[in-house]
Design a protein around this ligand. Structure first.
Ligand SMILES: Nc1nc2c(ncn2[C@@H]2O[C@H](COP(=O)(O)OP(=O)(O)OP(=O)(O)O)[C@@H](O)[C@H]2O)c(=O)[nH]1
Ligand SMILES: [Zn+2]
Length: 196
């Protein structure tokens, strides 16, 4: 059973958060994390971001995607307005960093992000958000405002016991390197992205 393995306060550039590690196993090196703003009011809809891990974007500031900037924007918003970032160990839409780098190598040859996964015999997106729902239940969250552009994340909440109040868009301006990636998100996955 998924449970809280450890928790502590963490001061960050965006302010102080409570960080909680969730896993079935105590010795897990890659637990899912909840990063929670101090004054979060659970009696109102809670601002929640489901964020899938992206080491290239978040740690190394890759320009190929907007994950790092989305995480920063979400931390900023949540520190100001209360809420929770559920940080999911779903690197590369859950294909892992080795496969993501293989997919990037194919993208260098001209395949888009979806085609590259399919060419590797992998699904375009191998994620589900059941574990994020489980984490919200452990935290006793009843109703959410979801920070996302991804309709799949909204569907997972709507199909769960958690009430969906509204979506908060989390759009980052595209760059020349991320333009094609964002276009594929919109055209193939139906992401709710406004034209710039
Ligand atoms: N397979 C693959 N994964 C990628 C690629 N670029 C980014 N990713 C992964 O895509 C995921 C992006 O996840 P999220 O930030 O949760 O975002 P999302 O599903 O786009 O939805 P939003 O909530 O709108 O941001 C991360 O796990 C990245 O590692 C790529 O080219 N190929
Ligand atoms: Zn990324």
């Amino acid at each position: 059973m998924l449970k809280i393995q450890a928790e502590s306060n963490v001061p960050t550039e965006h302010g102080e958060f409570r960080m909680i590690a969730f896993s079935k196993l105590e010795g897990d090196w890659m637990p899912h994390l909840a990063i929670i703003a101090k004054d979060t009011d659970y009696s109102k809809p809670v601002n929640v971001r489901f964020h899938s891990e992206c080491i290239t974007g978040e740690v190394f500031h890759s320009k190929k995607c907007e994950c790092g900037q989305q995480l920063d924007a979400a931390m900023n918003f949540i520190h100001k307005n209360g809420g929770i970032i559920v940080y999911l160990r779903q690197e590369g839409r859950n294909i892992g960093i080795i496969n993501k780098l293989k997919a990037y190598a194919l993208q260098e040859q001209g395949f888009d992000t979806v085609e590259a996964n399919l060419k590797l015999g992998l699904p375009a997106d191998d994620r589900n958000f059941d574990i994020a729902i489980e984490i919200l239940n452990i935290l006793e969250v009843k109703e959410v405002n979801l920070l996302t552009n991804n309709p799949q994340k909204i569907k997972f909440v709507k199909d769960s016991n958690i009430r969906f109040n509204k979506r908060i868009p989390l759009q980052i301006d595209s760059t020349k390197e991320s333009e094609a990636y964002l276009k594929t998100k919109k055209d193939y996955f139906g992401h709710l992205l406004e034209d710039e």
